[in-house]
Design a protein around this ligand. Structure first.
Ligand code: DGL
Length: 267
């Protein structure tokens, strides 16, 4: 048993979809969430820039005594997971958002063709292909960067004509044809899952990794005897740049009102 909090971070508020799934599945755990809203989006940044931000965030989460750091951003998982893991060392466990999804598809889609959508960083890093290769599952992966989707969601354009037409444009791309499942390789995308499912009309499984990540985390805590007793559960939400629009969007991502606290990464 371990009552220290779980640290969860993302480039912004998209990772709250993961925090929400974690809270639902592990209500006895305290969460410290860090959204690096000052540097959003990570998807267009260099590897070096993302690495320097994530090390700073790891420091904040370590200072807050987190037992586990769950990276809730595909772009950060692609660019900085190994580095953060080495940096943190034995001070906390570090988990990424990609491996649980990869294991899920490796088990279910052996011999099949699946798709992936994500930021430019995630897709160009080829990280899903590399991790899939490690599982030895014979899977053809068709990937497409969909950079308009994050700003579209951040601006509140979903379940609208605008989002329908942008999503349709991307999903009709020749690069994504002939797939049996589609990985939502960005933690913002659970918010448009229903629209993507509607496009495929149930013929393609749309894989939202937030629940898969939360289930993996639960199993991980159990295996390492790190589950909390549930005493004094408290959630804290930090952002590196505070604006009213972030505060307003937070409810949509976390599905309940939360109090954002401003925590600048560089003074
Ligand atoms: N939520 C981030 C991810 O999962 C994408 C947002 C960004 O580009 O910063 O990749």
């Amino acid at each position: 048993m371990n009552d220290q909090p779980i640290g969860i971070f993302d480039s912004g508020i998209g990772g709250l979809t993961v925090a929400h799934a974690v809270n639902k599945l592990l209500p006895q755990e305290s969460i410290i969430y860090f959204g690096d809203t000052a540097h959003l989006p990570y998807g267009d940044k260099s590897t070096a820039a993302i690495q320097s931000y994530t090390i700073k965030i790891a420091d904040v989460l370590l200072k807050n005594n987190c037992k586990v750091i769950q990276i809730a951003c595909n772009s950060a998982s692609a660019a900085a997971y190994q580095l953060v893991k080495e940096y943190v060392g034995s001070r906390a466990k570090v988990l990424n958002v990609i491996d649980p999804a990869v294991h899920y598809v490796a088990k279910k889609y052996e011999g099949k063709t699946i798709g992936l959508i994500g930021t430019k960083k995630t897709v160009s890093s080829n990280v899903y292909r590399k991790r899939l290769d490690k599982t030895n599952a014979e899977i053809e992966l068709k990937a497409l960067a969909t950079p308009l989707l994050v700003p579209m969601i951040e601006e509140g354009f979903f379940n609208s004509n605008i989002s329908h037409s942008i999503i349709e444009n991307y999903l009709k791309d020749p690069a994504l044809q002939g797939i049996e499942a589609l990985i939502l390789g960005c933690t913002h995308f659970p918010l448009i899952k229903k629209e993507i499912e509607a496009f495929y009309n149930k013929k393609v499984e749309v894989i939202d990794s937030s629940m898969i990540v939360a289930e993996h985390l639960k199993e991980y805590l159990r295996k390492h005897e790190l589950i909390s007793s549930g005493k004094d559960v408290k959630h804290t939400f930090y952002v590196s740049d505070y604006t009213r629009s972030f505060a307003e969007s937070t409810r949509i991502f976390f599905k309940e009102e939360v109090q954002l606290e401003h925590y600048p990464l560089w003074e």
